[in-house]
Design a protein around this ligand. Sequence first.
Ligand SMILES: [Zn+2]
Length: 353
Amino acid sequence: MNLADYQPRSMLHVPEHHVARPAFPALDFHTHLAWSSADGSAPPKYLGDAQELLTVMDRKNVSALVHLTGGYGAHLDACIRDLQQAHAGRFYVFAEPMWNRASEPSYEANQAAEIERAARVGARGLKVLKTLGLFLREQGRLVRVDDPRFDPMWETCGALGWPVAIHVSDPEAFFLPIDRFNERYEELHNHPDWSFCGRDFPGDRELQESRNRVMARHPRTQFVVLHVGNNAENLAYVSECLDRFPNMTVDIAARIGELGRQPREAKRFIDRYQDRVLFGTDAVPNGHEFPQQLFCDELYEIYYRLLETEDEYFDYAPAPVPPQGRWRIYGLGLSRDVLRKVYYENAARLLRL
Ligand SMILES: [Zn+2]
């Protein structure tokens, strides 16, 4: 039998709870309803029909989605018009930096000006993909996360009261050899391009420290460090960062597999930082590339089950499982006070709703 064919079924007889709707209306801070084009001007190709998204949202008691990858320029304007303005209160759109223009001499001023323009047309924040630190290159060399050319951009976001949703680095296992010791072997085996092991890539910790220097330099800017501070495997380190940087918040998107496999640590973590943790799923409608993030009822139900129940040993993603590693998760059983903050209040405050 091949390892890929091995799909053991748990023989545990334990209570199972189906949480169809959350204890409080949820604001999903982290979705991708379209991917922006490199030049920012091409019209968005939406991955799902807004009416169909709203049907799922209503069924799952999701009050609003934040569409993070809104690009810039004409693309951004279209997203704001088609989503945020067409369905007020149900969608919020974030802008993205003009990465393809980062090497232009006037980039610093132009980027800050484009953010001010985006705010005038209604964008609600800035999204930074892991492009910065892992893909964006200049004369072949990776551009650093704390490159000073971005300082006016971070400062402008702070001045506008815009949260910066930032993804820096990736799971620790993506920086290690794809071998029999790698806990995400199957995933990396299927997607070898997701590996940042070797070559000229900085290490995981180096990337995070670079991001920390940005947060230190811009204390007036609120940073939402996505995916549990991009180090859900090491909540002690994320706690250290949260303690050092009062302008840092995290979301839980696409990391319930990490939180749920260390339920006692994760519960202590969320209780302690209950004002700085946001609900988010990283949902992608029609996500062929990311089946584990497919926007659907089941995705939300797994998140609700993790946050609200004390269920034992269940799958952290829809079948076929497990996409990120061969383990299962345990419910955190968060209190109602904490759930209210995580599901909605913390995001509402950051988005100034
Ligand atoms: Zn995402």
